[in-house]
Design a protein around this ligand. Structure first.
Ligand code: AHG
Ligand code: MN
Ligand code: MN
Length: 352
């Protein structure tokens, strides 16, 4: 890029600093957090990009087939996120998809506004062994003022209370996508200079639902209305969906990111026998629900908005239907009509 061009380049650093200057009372604590997560993601991608070399040297085990005594990439990524964040005075606590317990830090008279960071350090980790995209998902919540050391209920906040949410996708290129409630913005890593460069400002999910994304081998275990929705999307004659293709990568971040940019809907429904979903509310679903919401989309369990759910446990799992608002609402109506027909609920509007 010619020298003159660089004066127009917005990096994650400059973008976050400019956002911070719009809030004069801000002391930059929150901006520092976002930047630190950016640093952690650069360390993670520097390892993930060499996965085959590190695995074959025996330095790391394969995520797909854990080998005794070998750390796998998702534990490495978890260590990187933990060590990058836990020394910061602004961090009151961290919780991870890969740890049963949260880790809280005493305020020690530190700054008033502190934050709780929750993350899935490496989502889609089993795909690392076969060079398929993976990512990091995170959300940042305010630690209630005056709390010396956050307790479990301080972590169990509904998604609508998040101060920020985002993800980094380690794909053909690395991209940092986040929202602080002022739209969704994407920054592509320029490996030549090690900077995240603003490449996608104000991302909005396209109206066309071009992708239907689900692990269709689980179809038999979905409830009836979800099966009806899947059939409608793939085989129906609804003109809105006749152009919809099935795409499923098996990395939530990658499937979500494609749908965010191309338009589409991703489902990981509950298993109708167990009633359980697979994906974690706090570490996977709520952060992406904030992104979807800010990009004009929607995320529900089929019966309620993901952002409205107050977690009951750190590792709580929920069903997830996320992406194109019209498609997610269609699924919600099918669930509602099914429940009404069975007398499970009275007629009311589905979540939107
Ligand atoms: P993680 O690697 O953090 O455990 O997440 C894997 C998740 C998610 O990334 C993906 O959408 C889903 O597992 C795929 O599950 P199936 O293999 O059952 O389709
Ligand atoms: Mn995950
Ligand atoms: Mn993970």
């Amino acid at each position: 890029m010619p020298a003159r061009e660089w004066d127009k380049v917005d990096t994650l650093e400059s973008y976050v600093s400019r956002e911070q200057r719009m809030h004069p009372q801000s002391r930059g604590v929150f901006s520092d957090l976002l930047r630190r997560i950016g640093v952690a993601s650069k360390v993670i991608v520097s390892k993930v990009n060499k996965a085959g070399l590190l695995t074959d040297k025996g330095i790391f085990g394969r995520s797909g087939r854990p080998e005794p005594g070998r750390r796998t990439f998702h534990l490495l990524a978890n260590d990187i996120m933990r060590s990058t964040l836990s020394w910061m005075p602004a961090v009151a606590g961290i919780a991870s998809r890969d740890e049963e317990e949260m880790t809280s830090f005493p305020a020690n008279g530190a700054i008033s506004s502190r934050y709780i960071v929750v993350y899935d350090a490496l989502d889609g980790s089993s795909n690392i062994d076969v060079n398929i995209s993976a990512g990091t998902i995170f959300a940042i919540y305010r630690c209630p003022i005056g709390v010396e050391q956050p307790e479990l209920e301080d972590y169990l906040q509904p998604g609508y209370k998040a101060a920020a949410a985002g993800y980094v996708i380690y794909g053909s290129s690395t991209m940092f996508v986040f929202t602080t409630g002022q739209g969704v913005h994407g920054f592509t890593l320029d490996p030549d200079i090690g900077e995240y460069i603003l490449s996608h400002e104000n991302i909005l999910i396209p109206d066309d639902c071009t992708c239907f994304s689900a692990n269709e081998s689980h179809y038999a275990r979905w409830d009836e209305p979800t099966k009806r929705f899947a059939d409608h999307m793939r085989f129906g004659d609804d003109p809105r969906y006749t152009g919809t293709s099935s795409r499923y990568i098996g990395s939530l971040v990658a499937d979500f990111h494609r749908n965010l940019l191309y338009g589409g809907v991703f489902l990981y429904p509950a298993d109708c026998e167990t009633g359980e979903g697979k994906l974690r509310l706090l570490f996977e679903c709520a952060p992406l629900a904030m992104i979807a919401d800010q990009a004009g989309g929607l995320a529900t369990t089929g019966r309620e908005r993901i952002l409205d759910i107050r977690p009951t446990a750190l590792q709580q799992r929920v069903p997830l239907i996320i992406g194109n608002r019209e498609a997610v609402e269609l699924h919600g109506r099918m669930i509602r009509d099914h429940d009404i027909a069975l007398g499970l609920r009275r007629p009311s509007r589905p979540p939107s």
